[in-house]
Design a protein around this ligand. Structure first.
Ligand SMILES: [Zn+2]
Length: 452
């Protein structure tokens, strides 16, 4: 990792230890970690972080993301341009090389978890997304496109990871049997026949011994505001740590809070804040459950999304009135269909729902026009999210530019933070790209340097 020793960065990292303190110097030059936790906030750029921490401050919650031992920044580049998707970013972390967007894994390179397992490490992941989704998949699978989730599911069963927990059961079950697979394979049965413990509901501690595959929802797990008493990401992460510790070998855990990116695509400022605070709570739980002398904890993002902006009029302290995500309100209003009636009819149906869900008592004629014109759930949620977020004085990249923009729907080229605690934490200072982080992960886990 390139170091940046400038005065500004010194100020930024001064929080816990101060620049040049003996502890910092010893770690920077010294011991490698025995264990690694990589936490990813999908879409958690500086705007999302700002929103989450202002909500936390307003509600009296202390955040741990403000006080890493070291802070740096990553460029969201991919092989072909400035703005990555999750698959290419995650592949760069796993393989140490920039690849084209939407790619899972790099040609001629084993995924990180395969190389680590061969070197005696226990590896696993927990995610709020489908276990076959773009962030976890490149750590254990190789396929040309992130949409090949049926195939990725088969590769996950074959990988026999000690812990793999998230949503996404639909890619493990045939059509008509609660799933959506394009073939007749029942991967839940296949996994069980292969000695893997398949959990459809979470309970801690995780069963010992056999690999654990947790499929806790048909698709993604819910946003924090819609979670109810469903499993919380901090408890999933700590249960996974305990399970990996029980293996008695060095271990590597990937933890993904992926709902932030979904919220940002929906212009859902409240859920960005709540899911961002869930990431912060998860980082705190991971730090509490591990030993700083042996475990390197890294928190970063693949890219920023939609760039939430808090203008002078922003009122993050008011977010406490929110009771539902924008996506949940969109589903309640539209029930999976475009609106066929008049804008007035839509207003009549929507207002009680958005009032109950977000204290929103007015939809402008422009809001209603956008909602009527939208032809899919994605655009309807984005139009509704704009109205909800505006109620709290929070805005985003221009809606029309964004819907027209590109294949990643408003991911941006903004630098994203990378934070670290523990052995070799200081290495993250400065500015790097995702591939450099991937090569560094191989260095600190003592894997041989792979050819680029
Ligand atoms: Zn995205």
């Amino acid at each position: 990792m390139r170091r940046f020793h400038g005065f500004l960065m010194c100020l930024l990292i001064a929080g816990a230890h101060g620049c040049g303190s003996p502890a910092v110097e010893r770690r920077a030059s010294g011991a490698l970690p025995t264990n690694v936790v990589l936490l990813v906030g999908d879409g958690f750029g500086v705007g999302a972080w700002t929103l989450a921490r202002e909500w936390a401050r307003a509600s009296g919650v202390e955040t741990v993301l403000d006080t890493p031992e070291a802070l740096g920044f990553l460029t969201p580049h991919y092989d072909g341009g400035l703005v990555t998707d999750s698959a290419a970013a995650s592949t760069a972390w796993s393989a140490g090389r920039l690849v084209p967007r939407f790619t899972i894994g790099a040609d001629g390179k084993a995924p990180l978890f395969v190389d680590l397992a061969n070197a005696g490490w226990s590896c696993g992941f927990v995610t709020t997304m489908r276990v076959t989704h773009a962030t976890p998949a490149p750590f254990y699978a190789v396929t040309e496109h992130r949409d090949n989730e049926d195939e990725i599911a088969a590769q996950l069963v074959g990988a026999r990871l000690p812990v793999a927990i998230g949503g996404g059961a639909r890619h493990f079950l045939p059509d008509g049997d609660g799933g959506s697979r394009g073939d007749d394979r029942n991967l839940v049965h296949e996994a069980e026949l292969a000695g893997i413990t398949v959990l459809r509901e979470f309970h801690a501690p995780l069963p010992p011994g056999a690999p654990v595959l947790g499929l806790l929802a048909p698709s993604h797990l819910p946003h924090e505001i819609d979670r109810g008493d469903g499993p919380d990401l901090p408890e999933l992460a700590v249960a996974a740590i305990r399970r990996l510790q029980a293996e008695g070998r060095p271990w590597f855990l990937l933890v993904e809070e992926g709902s932030i990116d979904l919220a940002a695509h929906d212009f859902d400022a409240p859920s960005i804040a709540f899911d961002g605070v869930r990431l912060d709570r998860t980082v705190r739980a991971v730090l509490d459950a591990t030993d700083r002398a042996t475990t390197l904890v890294i928190v970063t993002a693949d890219h920023a999304t939609s760039n939430p902006v808090l203008l002078e009029s922003a009122r993050p302290e008011s977010l406490g009135v929110v009771r539902a995500s924008v996506r949940a309100m969109e589903q309640q209003i539209f029930e999976g269909e475009s609106w066929n009636g008049t804008p007035d009819g839509l207003e009549e149906k929507a207002l009680p729902i958005v009032d109950r869900g977000a204290g929103l008592t007015h939809l402008s004629p422009e809001d209603l026009d956008r909602l009527v014109a939208a032809t899919n759930a994605y655009d309807r949620a984005a139009a509704l999210g704009l109205a909800v977020s505006r109620r709290f004085g929070i805005t985003f990249l221009p809606y029309d530019d964004l819907l027209r923009s590109d294949q990643v729907h408003g991911h941006t080229a903004d630098l994203v933070p990378i934070r670290a605690w523990g052995p070799r934490a200081q290495d993250v200072r400065g500015v790097a790209d995702h591939a450099r982080i991937g090569r560094w992960l191989r260095e600190v886990t003592r894997l041989p340097a792979a050819p680029r």
